[in-house]
Design a protein around this ligand. Structure first.
Ligand code: ADP
Ligand code: MG
Length: 207
């Protein structure tokens, strides 16, 4: 497990988000301002441009650079939130000599901690956290039960997808969708959808 795995994750995520940009924007057009797909695509294409230009000595430098790129290139709420996620993720990797499934779990937890600190979302607010929270739990349970990294990431991605689906009936209490009040119910949250795509991408590439 090394820097190449993380390069593969970021490139795979960029291509997946590009392929799903119209879908994410369509979800955001129902309860937001129809830019989530464009935001994610712009941010991750900027990361790909960085990957094409530079090589990284360590996974922590790579992930921090990815985070800074998202913060600087994405204007919407999702840019600073995902940017902080990758910055915190990289900070955990910086403190370790060997990247184990436990370390990856700590990195995910720290990243999501950054999302919560910035966005102040709680479970059930109809945000990306509704996909992250069950994903973190499933990841930890899988590792505790003896799963390898691939098993834990697959469990996390499946839990995220369930969390994403469970956002449909919710009334949004954070972000732009909250301006709609009760009318936000009946629509899937765009950010919970992009989080699930990121975790499915991690399951394909990190292990
Ligand atoms: P904007 O809402 O500024 O247009 P995006 O459309 O790119 O930004 O992202 C919207 C997504 O961001 C939402 O679907 C939601 O998942 C997530 N989001 C918005 N506000 C918050 C928050 N305070 N905490 C966590 N996630 C949030
Ligand atoms: Mg939007």
């Amino acid at each position: 497990m090394g820097v190449d795995n993380f390069v593969n994750w970021l490139r795979d995520a960029a291509s997946t988000l590009h392929d799903n940009a119209a879908y994410l924007t369509e979800l955001d057009s129902a309860i937001g301002d129809a830019d989530h797909g464009a935001n994610m695509d712009r941010g991750f294409q900027a990361i790909v441009a960085v990957l094409d230009e530079s090589t990284f000595a360590s996974a922590d430098e790579l992930m921090k650079k990815a985070g800074m790129t998202l913060v600087s290139k994405v204007g919407g709420a999702s840019g600073p939130l995902y940017g902080t996620f990758f910055l915190r993720f990289g900070t955990v990797l910086a403190g370790t000599s060997s990247i184990t499934p436990e370390v990856i779990g700590e990195a995910f937890k720290a990243g999501v901690g950054g999302i919560l600190q910035r966005g102040k979302a709680e479970l059930g607010d109809k945000t990306m956290y509704d996909a992250w929270a069950p994903a973190l739990d499933a990841y930890d349970a899988a590792v505790a039960g003896g799963s390898d990294l691939a098993g834990a990431l697959n469990a996390a991605a499946e839990a995220a997808a369930k969390g994403r689906d469970a956002t449909v009936p919710l009334v949004a209490r954070k972000g732009r969708a909250s301006y709609l009040g009760e009318r936000s119910a009946g629509h899937q949250d765009p950010g919970a959808t992009s989080t699930t795509l990121l975790l499915e991408s991690a399951a394909r590439t990190l292990a």
